[in-house]
Write a new protein. Structure first.
Ligand SMILES: Cc1ncc(C[n+]2csc(CCOP(=O)(O)OP(=O)(O)O)c2C)c(N)n1
Ligand SMILES: [Mg+2]
Lengths: 364, 327
């Protein structure tokens, strides 16, 4: 990678971290204004982990993100408009108003829709990876979960299954100190969650989840391991949930000093300092990036606000998929409209989770 | 052509679909080297290799969850539960992950979950389950239960080709019953999901049933014919979801009396919904109460005298049918 390419890449990472924060800040405002009817989960402080992890991926790879992983979605090309339509429960949201939050996905672009039952996405990640292995692909699945979700049976079944089957899965644990109000000391009795890897016979490491370059290095190693056919790997990203569990949670159970300590390690500010010290982020450059972030967020909110609510007459629709041929996702003609899974057959239109191709990230 | 058992019919369906479509594969506990606890997949590993006949760890959540992941990718996995009782260990993957997937994301999920269900084999409380009501109640999954070898093969093929999660319940008591041996068509066929079949025609009452109880009802109908001169119609539902409301209603409109028979427990069972449907839609046609024969509201017992008392059988069906006929 040339110097110029490296500079572009670093600024792209910075852009996605800023975009993630700004999208969530705006989401919070919408919530406080009463315009979002359901629960809102944000992830201030997770941006280095979510953006950094996703930046290690390529075309054909797949993410299996969870509720605090907006950064992963955005890096992989999920549309900010689609995200805002989800928050505002619009009829043209990817779930057509059936579900909220970041519960969205598009298999043709490697995004698996999560459910609220945390941990349950991990076995599904194994199934996606199983197909990659069967089809002799060199692609990988990156699946995340929180510290709390590591206590579910699904987490343990998935890690074991992935290891026994030598599946190309990278498990990223976002250890943010809490699961709702439960601190990690009440969640598990080991030093580091990376040690879980040992029990299942896969490599595991812990990394500073607030250092985006360190995250990229560690997850990059895990991805390389998985891509080489050696089976799964695990990375624990140690970060902190500096806000409440949801925007309705004051989180007064978190010791203020601890919170302050982590606020001082804000991943975006740290990366800014790094970029500035490297001479890559001039004040002008920063203004440009801020302007771009702002316009993307404004556009997303405006688009969502102008979008229609779902039609109540459709309330019982879409329970079953229609008959017809199904394509194996990732094969050359998989988006040929003759396949039932090529388009969103609920609407007869393309899936609307992803941004236009030109907006989507391409790894430099 | 040789007559095959219900079990062989299931085996044939999977084998033929795996030959026909490279996206079909089987995963579960002991399905490979051992050929499955009941030998449904005997010989499969040799024919299809370990990537399409996957011996998994003892992890129902991982089995069903990875089947969901593979189905998201456009494959047509068949996830075997060693006994259907263990489906509870993967319940969330079905009711929350699989059943809501297409509805909320537009991504179809062509997935079959299958396994041996039902009692009568001294399996006790953990190897005799009839779990259909849980899934019958849940939108987003089709539920089928064949009663004959012909249907076992045809329904399974239809389930594999369907673009939705399908729970395919095999009644293990029927697996090797000699009297269910049947010569099956040599050409490819399916039994469409959502179509009931009238197994015996009659004008005095309709018995609505499915699974192993079809055979109990047929025996009861025969006895009622010879001893009471009653012409009993027996409808084998075959599919619970989608439910063939048309065939059910058409039959009841002719017979005006309904006896619902299932092996599952009474309260909140499939029969409760059938009764509600008929009460709502065919009230004017009914010449007697809608009656039910089902297992008592207790867990499935082990000791033979208890098991005998628990399972609905010909004697009880005949007794209740006589009460109904007296109206
Ligand atoms: C299986 C399951 N049980 C309970 C909940 C309710 N719940 C929502 S978030 C949460 C805590 C999650 O903690 P963690 O996995 O650490 O993720 P974090 O929210 O900290 O990112 C709980 C208990 C849930 N979503 N899923
Ligand atoms: Mg947490």
């Amino acid at each position: 990678m040339s110097e110029a390419e490296r500079a572009d890449l670093l600024l792209q990472i910075y852009y996605y971290m800023r975009l993630t924060r700004a999208m969530e800040d705006r989401t919070r405002t919408l919530f406080l204004q009463g315009r979002i009817v359901g629960g809102v989960y944000t992830a201030q402080g997770h941006e280095a982990t979510t953006v950094g992890a996703a930046m290690t991926l390529r075309d054909g790879d797949c993410i299996v993100p969870q509720h605090r992983d907006l950064g992963m979605h955005l890096v992989r090309g999920v549309s900010p408009r689609a995200v805002m339509c989800q928050w505002l429960a619009r009829g043209n949201a990817p779930t057509l108003g059936r579900d909220g939050q970041l519960h969205i996905g598009d298999m043709h672009h490697g995004v698996v829709p999560m459910i609220s039952m945390l941990g349950e996405s991990l076995p599904v990640a194994c199934g996606v990876a199983l197909v990659m292995k069967m089809r002799r692909r060199s692609t990988v699945v990156l699946a995340s979960c929180g510290d709390g979700a590591t206590s579910t049976g699904a987490f343990h079944e998935a890690l074991n299954f992935a290891s026994v089957q030598r599946l190309p899965v990278v498990f990223v644990i976002e250890n943010n100190g809490y699961a709702y109000s439960t601190p990690t000391v009440k969640q598990f009795a080991i030093e580091q969650l990376a040690q879980r890897a040992l029990a299942y016979g896969m490599p595991g490491e812990s990394v500073d989840g607030n250092d985006v370059l360190a995250v990229m290095e560690a997850v990059g190693r895990a991805v390389a391991h998985a891509r080489s056919g050696q089976g799964p790997a695990l990375v624990e990203c140690r970060t902190f949930r500096v806000r409440g569990h949801s925007e309705a949670d004051k989180a007064d159970y978190v010791p203020p000093a601890l919170r302050q300590e982590w606020l001082a390690r804000d991943p975006i500010r740290r990366f800014e300092e790094y970029l500035t010290a490297q001479g890559l982020l001039s004040a002008e450059r920063r203004r440009e990036i801020e302007a771009r972030v702002r316009s993307v967020v404004d556009d997303a909110v405006a688009f969502a606000e102008a979008s229609p609510p779902p039609d109540p007459a459709t309330v019982a629709d879409y329970v079953f998929a229609p008959d017809g041929p199904i394509a194996i996702v990732g094969e050359p003609d998989a988006t040929d409209p003759r396949y039932v899974n090529a388009l969103d057959t609920r609407t007869g239109r393309p899936f609307c989770t992803m941004s236009q191709v030109e907006e989507a990230v391409t790894q430099l | 052509m040789t007559a095959v058992t219900y079990l062989e019919a299931i085996s044939q369906a999977i084998r033929e679909e795996m030959r026909r479509d490279e996206s079909v594969f089987l995963l579960g506990e002991d399905v490979g080297t051992y050929g499955g606890a009941f030998k449904v997949s005997a010989g499969f590993l040799e024919e299809f290799g370990p990537e399409r006949v996957i011996d998994t760890p003892m992890s129902e959540t991982a089995i069903i969850g990875s089947a969901v992941g593979a189905a998201l990718m456009g494959m047509r996995p068949i996830a075997e539960m060693q006994y259907i009782d263990f489906i509870t260990c993967g319940f969330d993957q079905i009711v929350n992950m699989a059943c809501k997937m297409y509805w909320r994301s537009g991504i179809p999920l062509p997935l079959v979950i299958r396994g041996p269900a039902g009692g009568g084999t001294h399996g006790g409380p953990f190897h005799s389950a009839s779990p259909e009501a849980w899934f019958f109640h849940t939108p987003g999954i089709k539920v089928v239960m064949p009663a004959t070898a012909y249907d076992a093969k045809g329904l399974l093929k239809a389930a594999i080709r369907d673009n939705n999660p399908v729970l395919y319940l095999e009644h293990k008591l029927l697996y090797r019953l000699p009297e269910l041996r049947e010569e099956l068509p040599s050409e490819d066929y399916i039994v469409p999901l959502g179509k009931a079949i009238i197994r015996r025609h009659g004008r005095h009452m309709t018995m609505l049933t499915y699974g192993a109880m079809v055979h109990q009802c047929l025996k009861a109908a025969e006895q009622l014919a010879t001893e009471d001169g009653l012409a009993v119609e027996v409808v084998d539902l075959r599919s619970l979801t989608p439910l063939d409301r048309e065939t059910i209603k058409e039959s009841v409109k002719r017979t005006n009396k309904v006896l619902i028979v299932h092996e599952d427990t009474l309260t909140g069972g499939v029969g409760a919904e059938l009764a509600a449907l008929l009460a709502e839609e065919l009230f004017d046609y009914l010449d007697g109460p809608i009656m039910r024969v089902a297992a008592p509201d207790a867990p499935y017992p082990y000791a033979p005298p208890l098991e005998m008392a628990y399972l609905p059988g010909v004697e009880r069906i005949v007794a209740v049918a006589r009460q109904l006929a007296a109206y």
